[in-house]
Design a protein around this ligand. Structure first.
Ligand code: AMP
Length: 456
């Protein structure tokens, strides 16, 4: 609630509110504020989330994916073993603690490991495969907060189990692509193949050998990566490492014909689907569980890919299912950060690259007099139940004020229920563009409105 004369100041420790008491004296109250890296999603931001949520549901329905939800709190080892030591997520970012029973638990930092756990645990492999699942869920990473980086954030993601067909990877990329393009947001895909485990192990040996000779020229982070997670050397953005990275061996040269053929098929499907992509041999995705196809999604305004922050990413993770104790199978998926997606939509709306879908209201109900007000709520409920979007304000008495509200909402029709109409079971339908009015029977009004809206 907004109170006049109230001053609201926040800092990391909390927020202080200065408010005048009855005698006009200023008093200070202490209130809590958000933890660092956390954020509220207020209605002014939510309007940029809603189109994505609606589109996620629509895409999942069209592509026949079924929703999965898993607990936020999981056994910490689930992620330590699957995402892998040496990754930023496991080494630096997990919200990890002992619960009251002394069990090492964590707030999930990502969803794939949880979905794989559920797939194995509930025998989902015995259902007809490929099994297609989607989620929309909060994740937690104790990251350094900065623009587009929060400690709690939401991901929309899809996972497909039980098929190693390259078409699965391409369909996933198509869904991730459509998630943005359906809202008018241009995006581009960066794609690579990191091969099968044996191919990648041979490649990593070659990479380490190449980098070892250049160790003294590397940034401090890369020196650590060389020992802990050599593939991540290719993620480095430091200028001093760039020339070394540019000359580094390329993983595609280590792929055998089967992996190469798989990758070529994925690209052929993308060509067929006219999805713009850029090959990037340095794209490895930091996590241990990926194999073969890996990809990321970036904003692409004016055809130029903005590589500052990925909107999402994914890839194939076939060995993970067996590694986690399941029967050998196949898995592929992606996740998209909804905060970053919403931010992109907001910027694109401000730059008039696209517009928010209109939350259209079809009709406004204005009422005059006690009897009309008594009848209005039932009438509004009936019209709402017939599938039309309706607005009203029963606290207003003046017809002019109510018609002004209707104009503000740009509704095509206003229904006017006066004392006379309330008594004889009729209502006035006013066409807002022309001001033309017609009286109709109240029990026919929903049908009449639908007919008129359809004809517009
Ligand atoms: P990742 O699993 O790290 O590849 O993340 C997939 C997507 O989630 C990224 O491309 C971001 O859009 C989003 N994401 C990851 N970390 C964060 C974060 N700390 N805050 C907000 N979004 C994030």
């Amino acid at each position: 609630m907004f109170i006049k004369n109230q001053v609201f100041k926040t800092n990391n420790a909390g927020a202080s509110i200065r408010q005048s008491d009855k005698k006009g004296k200023q008093k200070e109250f202490f209130k809590y504020t958000l933890l660092r890296g956390m954020h509220d999603i207020l209605p002014r931001e939510e309007k940029y989330w809603r189109p994505f949520r609606d589109n996620a549901v629509k895409l999942a329905d069209h592509f026949l994916y079924r929703q999965i939800e898993t607990p936020v709190l999981e056994d910490a080892n689930l992620f330590i073993r699957s995402v892998g030591k040496g990754t930023d997520i496991v080494d630096k970012e997990m919200y990890i603690f002992e619960d009251r029973d002394g069990k090492k638990v964590c707030l999930r930092p990502e969803m794939t490991a949880s979905v794989v756990r559920a797939y194995i645990m509930h025998g989902l492999w015995s259902l007809p495969q490929p099994l297609k699942l989607w989620y929309w869920a909060p994740m937690f990473r104790h990251d350094r907060p900065q623009a587009g980086r929060y400690r709690q954030f939401t991901q929309f993601g899809c996972e497909v189990f039980g098929s190693d067909d390259p078409a699965v990877d391409s369909e996933l990329i198509l869904m991730a692509y459509n998630f943005f393009v359906d809202l008018g947001l241009p995006v581009q895909i960066k794609i690579n193949s990191i091969g099968a485990t044996e191919e990648r192990n041979k490649y990593i040996s070659a990479l380490v050998e190449y980098y070892r000779g250049k160790r003294s020229y590397l940034c401090d982070d890369c020196k650590k990566r060389l020992n802990k997670n050599p593939l991540r050397l290719l993620d480095c953005k430091q200028e001093q490492c760039k020339p070394i990275k540019d000359e580094a061996p390329q993983i595609l040269e280590w792929l055998e014909s089967e992996s190469k053929g798989h990758f070529m098929k994925v690209l052929e499907y993308l060509d067929e689907l006219a999805i713009p992509y850029a090959l990037d041999h340095t794209l490895v995705r930091g996590l241990d569980y990926y194999n073969r196809t890996v990809f990321e999604i970036y904003p692409a305004v004016d055809g130029e890919m903005n590589t500052q922050g990925a909107l999402g990413g994914g890839g194939r993770y076939d060995p993970l299912i067996e590694q986690m104790g399941g029967h050998p199978s196949f898995g592929s998926g992606f996740s998209i950060g909804v905060e970053r997606a919403a931010q992109y939509l907001k910027q694109a709306c401000e730059q008039q690259i696209c517009a928010l879908p209109k939350a259209e209201c079809n009709v406004y109900v204005a009422q005059l007099g006690d009897q009309a007000r008594r009848n209005a709520l039932k009438l509004i409920n009936n019209i709402r139940n017939s599938g039309l979007k309706i607005d009203y304000n029963l606290t207003k008495n003046s017809l002019k004020v109510q018609l002004d509200s209707a104009n503000g909402l740009k509704v095509p029709y206003t229904l006017i229920l006066g004392q006379k109409e309330a008594l004889d079971g009729t209502i006035i339908v006013r066409e807002m563009d022309t001001g033309k009015q017609q009286t109709v029977k109240i029990d026919k009004v929903a049908e009449e409105l639908r007919k008129r809206l359809k004809a517009r």
